[in-house]
Unconditional design. Structure first.
Length: 392
C-alpha cells in the first residue's frame, strides 16, 4: 500500500523519540539523567485533579461541544482579561486537545497551498512540519544568540514575499528560552499591519519568566484582530497528559478551527476540560511555587554551564531551557568518537555521560543542544558532573 506524499516526508517528533530512547535505557536498568524533557516535573494541582475525578463520578463523560464547554471558554476569557486586559467573547475562544493540536488546526484554517509562513529560527520542532502539512511553506528568519534572539523590521522584510501570509511567534521560546522584548514585538506588529498578515502567538511558557516581562502581542495597537493567541494548561499547570490547549482570535477564524475539530477530534476530553477550569481558576499558587523552583534551578544550570568553557550560552529569561552553542567540540574526537554535529554531541552525552539532551538541529541550529531543567538540583549537579567527566 502506498503512503501519501505528505506523510512520507514527515518525521516523527524528535523530542518524543529521545524520551522513548531514555525509557528504553532505563528499562535496561541504566541510570540516565534526563535534560531532554519538555514538561514540568510537578504534579497537576490538587484542585484540578479533584475536579477531574468529580467529573468522572458525576458521569461527565460524554461528547461535549467541539470547541470546548462554555464554562471552560469563560474561564479562559477571564484569564485573558486578568493577565493581559484582553476581552474575548466565548465565541472567540476554542479549546483543543493540547496546544500542539490547536496550532495544527490554526495553520490548517489559515493557510492555502504555497502560502509562506515566517518561522523565526531556532524554532519549536513542530512548526515547520505543521505548516507543511497545511500545504504552506515555512520560511525561516534566522536569529542569533548575540542579539538574545530578538530581530528587527529589516530582518523581517528580508524574508517577506508576496506569498507571505503570516508569522508564528513563540515567547518565551522553546528551545532558546528567549523572551521577545517590546521592540521586537512592535516591529512585528508594524510589519503585520503593513503587509496585512496574521500572527500566530504561542505563549505556552508565558508564566515561566525570570526577571523579564511577557507581553502578549495582541495587546499592541491594531493587533488584537490579526493575532491568534495559542496557549494551554500543559506547561503552566503541569498538565501535559490531560491534553488541553486553546486559542483566542477573530470569531470567523475560531469558528473555522472549531469546524475542523468537529470533523477530526469531535471534542477535547470532557474530564480534562473540567479539570482545566479549576486549574485556571485556582491554580495560581502552584504556578508561583513551580516558577520559584525553576528560577533557582536556572541559576544552578547557569553556574554549571559557565564552568564549561566549550559551551557558549545566552542567559535565557524564560521557559525552562538552555540552548548552548557546543560547536567548539566539532571536528574533534572525544572518547574515540568523531564529533561533527549536534546529533554526534547528543549521542556522546547519552552514551558516555548517561545524560539525555536534544540535538539543536531539530530546532534549526546544528551548533547547539537543548538542555531542560525539569529535574531536581541534585540531578542537575549529577548530570553536569558526568558531562564534565566525559568532556574533560
Ligand atoms: C512552544 C510550544 N508550543 C506548543 C507546545 C505543545 O503543547 P501541548 O502539550 O499543550 O500540546 C509545546 C510543547 O512542548 C511547545 O514547546
Amino acid at each position: 500500500m502506498n503512503l501519501a506524499e505528505r506523510i512520507k516526508s514527515l518525521p516523527s517528533s524528535p523530542t518524543l523519540a529521545m524520551s522513548a530512547k531514555v525509557k528504553q535505557l532505563r528499562a535496561q536498568k541504566i541510570a540516565v539523567v534526563d535534560f531532554g524533557l519538555g514538561e514540568p516535573d510537578f504534579s497537576t494541582p490538587d484542585c484540578a485533579s479533584k475536579a477531574g475525578i468529580e467529573a468522572i463520578t458525576a458521569g461527565f463523560t460524554r461528547y461535549t461541544p467541539s470547541g470546548g464547554i462554555k464554562e471552560l471558554r469563560e474561564a479562559i476569557a477571564e484569564k485573558f482579561r486578568k493577565d493581559a486586559c484582553l476581552a474575548y467573547d466565548v465565541s472567540e475562544i476554542v479549546v483543543g486537545c493540547g496546544a500542539k493540536h490547536v496550532l495544527y488546526s490554526v495553520f490548517m484554517a489559515l493557510c492555502n497551498p504555497n502560502d509562506e509562513v515566517i518561522v523565526p529560527s531556532p524554532y519549536w520542532v513542530s512548526y515547520p512540519d505543521q505548516i507543511q502539512l497545511a500545504g504552506a511553506v515555512p520560511v525561516f528568519l534566522p536569529r542569533c544568540r548575540d542579539d538574545n534572539y530578538q530581530f528587527s523590521a529589516e530582518q523581517l522584510d528580508k524574508v517577506t514575499s508576496e506569498r507571505t501570509v503570516g508569522i508564528v511567534l513563540n515567547t518565551p521560546c522553546n528551545p532558546t528560552g528567549a523572551v521577545y522584548n517590546e521592540k521586537t514585538l512592535e516591529a512585528v506588529a508594524a510589519w503585520a499591519v503593513k503587509h496585512d498578515v496574521f500572527v500566530v502567538f504561542d505563549e505556552i511558557y508565558e508564566k515561566f519568566v525570570y526577571g523579564a516581562k511577557h507581553t502578549n502581542i495582541a495587546t499592541l495597537d491594531s493587533m488584537r484582530d490579526r493575532t491568534i493567541v495559542v496557549n494551554g494548561v500543559s506547561k503552566t499547570y503541569a498538565m501535559t497528559g490531560w491534553r488541553i490547549g486553546y486559542a483566542a482570535g477573530q470569531k470567523h477564524v475560531i469558528s473555522a478551527v472549531e469546524n475542523l475539530m468537529s470533523q477530526t477530534t469531535s471534542n477535547p476530553n470532557s474530564i480534562a476540560q473540567k479539570a482545566s477550569i479549576e486549574a485556571l481558576k485556582k491554580g495560581d499558587e502552584s504556578v508561583r511555587n513551580m516558577v520559584e523552583v525553576f528560577s533557582s534551578r536556572r541559576g544552578v544550570v547557569l553556574a554549571e554551564l559557565q564552568e564549561l568553557s566549550g559551551f557558549k550560552c545566552s542567559h535565557p529569561l524564560g521557559a525552562f531551557y538552555f540552548f548552548p552553542d557546543v560547536s567548539h567540540y566539532y571536528g574533534g574526537e572525544i572518547r574515540g568518537r568523531k564529533i561533527n554535529n549536534s546529533v554526534d554531541f547528543a549521542n556522546l552525552l547519552l552514551d558516555e555521560a548517561k545524560v539525555a539532551v536534544l540535538p539543536g538541529c531539530v530546532f534549526g541550529d546544528d551548533n547547539a543542544i537543548r538542555l531542560s531543567y525539569v529535574t531536581s538540583v541534585d540531578n542537575i549537579k549529577k548530570g553536569f558532573k558526568q558531562i564534565k567527566e566525559v568532556l574533560g
